[in-house]
Structures are given as C-alpha cells and as structure tokens.
Ligand binder design. Structure first.
Ligand SMILES: Nc1nc2c(ncn2[C@@H]2O[C@H](COP(=O)(O)OP(=O)(O)O)[C@@H](O)[C@H]2O)c(=O)[nH]1
Ligand SMILES: [Mg+2]
Length: 345
C-alpha cells in the first residue's frame, strides 16, 4: 500500500520546508521510498525545482489548483508516479489556497490504485497567524476545520510558551476534533511526531467538502516570471542574494501600494551551475529569508520569481513583477531573457 500524506496550510506556512525535512527523514531513517507532488497556482512553479535539488522524485502541477480546476491532473500525476516510481509514501503539497478535504476526496476517487491516505495535516504559521487572521479569516478557518491534524509551525519564532498555548486553544476552538501540536520545520522540533502521524494507520474524519472554488474564494492574485540572466562580471552568492532581496521587497511594497491587503508569499528560486537557493518574503517588516546556498561566484543562471498577494488582479500583479524585475536587474547591470513560456509579454 502506498501512503499518501497531504501537507496543507496557507501560503508561507512552511509546507515546502516541512516536506523536505519529512522526505529526508522518511527515506534515511525509515527506509521509505518517497515521491513528492507539488502544486502551485502560477504559470511556473518554484518549490518543485527547489525540492528536486535535494534529490527527490518530484512531480510539479502548475497553472491552477488541484482541488478545483486541476483535479484530473492530480489523479493522472498520482497514477504516473505510482506506476513509474512505486513510492512507499507520496507527500503532497497543495497550494496555500487549496481546500484539503477536496483533495482528499479526489484521491479517494482513485479506487483502482492501492493507496491509503494519512491524516490530513494543516500547517499554521504560528508567527503570522494573528496578523493574517484579520485579512483571511474565512479562508483560514476553512482550512483549519478541514484538517485532521493541525501543526502550529515556526515555534522557534514565538517567544513565550503562553503564546503557543493561546494559539493551540484558538485552534482547538475552531476544530475540536483535530490533533494539535507545535513544531518548527526549520529547527526540527516536532518532526518525529509528524512522521508518526504520517506512518500511523488511517484516521477517520468527516469530509466537509463543498463546491466552492478555493482560488476565487481566497481573493488572491498570482503571477510568475522565469528568466535566464547574465552579469557582466562574476557575482557572488551574497551579491545575488542582495539583488533578489531588493527585488522581492520592491514587489511586495508595490503590491501593498497598489491596494493589496496582504502579502501571501513573494518568492524566488535561483539556479546556477554552482547550486541553487530559494528566497521567501512573507512580510515586509521581517524581510527576506533564504534557504539553500552555493559557494563561489558565477556570471549566469536562471531565476523564477513568484508572487501571490491578496486583492490584486493577476494582470496588475504581473505588471508589477515585470517592472520590478526589469528595474532591479538593469540597476545591477544584469542582462536577462524571459523564458519562452513567458515570451508573449
Ligand atoms: N523561523 C522559521 N521559518 C520557517 C519555518 N518553516 C518555514 N520557514 C520559513 O518560512 C518561509 C516560507 O516557507 P515555505 O516552506 O516556502 O512555505 P510554503 O509556502 O508553505 O511552502 C521560508 O522563508 C522558510 O524558510 C520554521 O519552522 N521556522
Ligand atoms: Mg511551498
């Protein structure tokens, strides 16, 4: 039996970081063959490439959500992964604006494959939850209500145990039957607990699925750009990170100035012959956080920039992305060429 575990949670809650840690531990400590499916709503994705850099078998589904417009893609991808790779465990990262119970139902529909589902896990960003709740109340509640397990992530950023307890009781009130615990994907706290949950036998839960379109309901605009770049001299990783940091900050600020009420996730993935890194901005106050790195200097590579923000039309967000990417790259005297995929701009 292949076990399927869905790691859900809002934009930036730490799904990709958790998935990578889980994948590493499940394969090295538990000898499991792990396959991964990542879904992102933009035209091009970031997380699939980043996870693949850790050596995992990854299938990426982009340009829509697997809980609504792309449910057929989820089923066919699972089938292909099962038939060609034969994983013991498939970890699924839905978009941050998906409804977990819908995805569970779609997987249940694959009756001809020997698969069983682990409890649905929803990550909650413990450090941002209070601020996000004002903007995304309806949406966050729905995701929390649909989970079997609620993992309050990023406890390393929460100073007092009191605050963690408060968050736990808020979650308990929203979903009295869920199993609730706290973790830090970055530091490793709670990972063993999470692995036990994924490996344990099926948990029963009542499906709350309905027919709302999660992308529409979230009110999130999204846009992405992929490009290759060339600098006129060698640039170090540190310098590239400065460039990316400035770019993501400008995109986030321009989005807020154009009327966005909340930054969901503004991120970038940079790949060079020396290695790759991912940059994430969830909140302009806290700046850009990097994962992954490489040593040395290089002149060229590829980058993907991806933004999901509230209350902005996709087209407006795309204009912001194009404008800021062009501005920052020319300011640092990089030549760049948009990927063919985006050549219609
Ligand atoms: N401090 C801290 N940061 C985290 C933790 N988990 C994820 N992050 C950071 O949060 C940002 C978003 O994480 P990511 O895994 O991309 O979230 P996703 O959008 O849910 O896939 C990244 O900058 C991560 O490094 C954690 O436990 N603690
Ligand atoms: Mg992700």
């Amino acid at each position: 039996m292949t076990r399927i575990a869905q790691i859900a949670g809002f934009l930036g809650s730490g799904k990709t970081t958790t998935l990578i840690q889980l994948g590493k531990e499940l394969s090295t400590k538990h000898g499991k063959k792990v396959g991964i499916i990542v879904n992102e709503v933009g035209e091009v994705g970031i997380d699939g490439s980043f996870i693949r850099d850790f050596g995992f078998e990854v299938k990426e589904i982009v340009q829509g959500c697997i809980c609504c417009s792309l449910k057929g893609d989820l089923q066919s991808t699972l089938k292909i992964l099962y038939e060609n790779y034969g994983p013991d465990i498939v970890l699924i990262e839905p978009t941050g604006i998906a409804f977990p119970s819908k995805i569970k139902e779609i997987i249940d529909g694959l009756i001809d494959l020997p698969m069983e589902q682990a409890p649905v896990i929803a990550l909650v960003d413990g450090a941002r939850f209070r601020n996000m709740f004002k903007e995304m109340e309806h949406f966050l509640i729905k995701q929390i209500k649909e989970a079997d397990v609620i993992a309050i992530n990023k406890v390393d950023l929460i100073e007092s145990k009191w605050d963690i307890d408060l968050l736990k009781s808020a979650m308990r009130e929203l979903n009295p039957s869920a199993y609730i615990f706290s973790m830090s994907a970055k530091r490793g706290d709670g990972m063993n607990e999470l692995i036990d949950i994924i490996l344990q036998t099926n948990m029963k839960f009542s499906s709350l699925s309905d027919d709302e379109d999660s992308v529409v309901l979230s009110g999130m605009g999204r846009a992405a750009l992929k490009l290759s770049f060339k600098a006129n001299e060698d640039v170090s990783e540190a310098k590239l990170k400065v460039v990316i940091s400035e770019m993501l900050n400008e995109i986030a600020n321009a989005s807020l100035n154009s009327g966005s009420g909340l930054i969901g996730h503004v991120k970038a993935y940079v790949k060079t012959s020396l290695g790759s890194f991912k940059a994430s901005l969830l909140d302009v106050k806290h700046g850009v956080d990097f994962s992954g790195n490489f040593k040395g200097s290089t002149r060229e590579g590829e980058m993907t920039i991806y933004a999901v923000v509230k209350d902005l039309e996709d087209k407006i967000l795309k204009n912001i992305l194009e404008g800021k990417v062009e501005k920052i790259l020319s300011q640092y005297r990089f030549d760049f060429r948009l990927d063919e995929h985006d050549s219609h701009f």
